[in-house]
Design a protein around this ligand. Structure first.
Ligand code: ZN
Length: 374
């Protein structure tokens, strides 16, 4: 059943890391569920990610080469793949790896490098900003590695020393005797809080934490075609890592403001247009608003109420493939007048006569008469 990971990525067994990466990116773009709405696309996308997870790590790849999928297990590489440099500062790609991240780190010993936290920022966009994308300046507050102590937390010129309580292991063991037997309890060392090191002379700037909360302005590029709930990832702009660990990522969640004139239906834009009954009968050319500005719209003679007219290619650019755009769909409403000048009414009554149609006659009196008869 399981397909070969090299086949999935369309590469040979001796492909180098660059080739793997290139091929992976090409396929991930093609099958990303935001872009590709084909039924099997999401599964294919997951397959591609899984293959990349394994083949992009030389050690795991070697195991896969020798033992096949059994050699890499379900949790395989268990890491977080970085899409951050996919062509822009921010990227449209959600992480699909939450299900895989079983492998490393997490909860174990706390001494090693620790990845910084991911951060979330909510960003509101105008309707047209979401359609066309563009640069946005955002202000974030995140932890940065202290520049004074370069993250060690110790005063420049001094170094953290090995914790005497736990001898650097970061853990203390305590035997507890109970009527049921004795248990060994392992807990984080209270002296160094599990780091295995103590700082005697703390850095003045960060107070020993090795990090400072900094406010920063960032320019992010919002791709065309984003929608409510699209998440952009700005890699490495989350909190700084600890002890040389990588920084977390910043996730920008987008919220699109409603527009008075336009609504969105996926990549199509919807709007209403009210025309008079005469325009509906005789046809006309009207100038209407589109997201690209005023545009001429041909309304054919005999247009029925509720007719949907289409301006092709005036919709929303496809996310990830902005060359292709949706349409602008215009729902026509026909306005039937409730008040008319006497001479208008006369003309219409004449028209009814020509067509031999039974109608109420004689202005308001006829109308009232009609009501009482009814
Ligand atoms: Zn410091």
């Amino acid at each position: 059943m399981a397909r070969d990971f090299y086949d999935i990525l369309g590469i040979s067994r001796n492909a180098d890391q660059d080739e793997i990466k290139r091929s992976y990116r090409r396929l991930a773009r093609k099958y990303h569920p935001d872009v590709n709405k084909d039924p099997g696309a999401e599964d294919t996308f997951k397959e591609i990610n899984r293959a990349y997870e394994v083949l992009s790590e030389p050690e795991i790849r070697a195991r896969y080469d020798r033992f096949g999928e059994a050699g890499v297990g379900a949790a395989g590489a268990g890491g977080y793949q970085d899409f951050g440099d996919m062509g822009g500062f921010a990227d449209i790609f959600e992480s699909f790896f939450s299900g895989f991240s079983g492998g490393q780190g997490q909860g174990g010993r706390r001494r090693g490098p620790t990845r910084g936290d991911d951060l979330r920022l909510d960003l509101r966009l105008d309707f047209k900003e979401a359609v066309f994308g563009g640069e946005k300046e955002i202000k974030i507050s995140h932890l940065e590695t202290c520049g004074t102590c370069t993250g060690s937390g110790a005063k420049p010129g001094t170094r953290p020393t090995t914790c005497g309580t736990c001898s650097g292991t970061g853990q203390v063991r305590r035997a507890t005797r109970t009527p049921f037997g004795s248990f060994t309890q392992v807990s984080a060392c209270p002296t160094c809080s599990g780091t295995g090191e103590v700082i005697e002379n703390r850095c003045d700037v960060c107070g020993g934490s090795g990090q400072n909360q900094e406010t920063k302005k960032l320019k992010i590029t919002v791709p065309a075609g984003v929608d409510n709930g699209t998440r952009l990832r700005v890699s490495s702009e989350g909190d700084a890592g600890l002890r040389g660990g990588p920084a977390g990522d910043l996730y920008v969640y987008l919220f699109v403001a409603e527009d008075a004139a336009f609504k969105r239906d996926g990549i199509n834009i919807l709007s209403d247009l009210k025309i008079s009954y005469l325009q509906a009968i005789l046809g006309c050319t009207l100038t209407i608003d589109t997201v690209d500005g005023p545009e001429e719209l041909e309304i054919p003679a005999g247009t029925q109420p509720g007719t949907v007219l289409t301006l092709e290619n005036r919709g929303v650019p496809k996310l990830g493939n902005p060359v292709s755009r949706g349409d602008h769909l215009i729902m026509v409403q026909v306005d039937i007048p409730t008040r008319m000048k006497p001479e208008e009414r006369e003309l219409i009554e004449k028209l009814a006569e020509i067509r031999g149609e039974k109608v109420n006659r004689g202005g308001i009196e006829g109308f009232l008469g009609g009501l009482f008869r009814g």
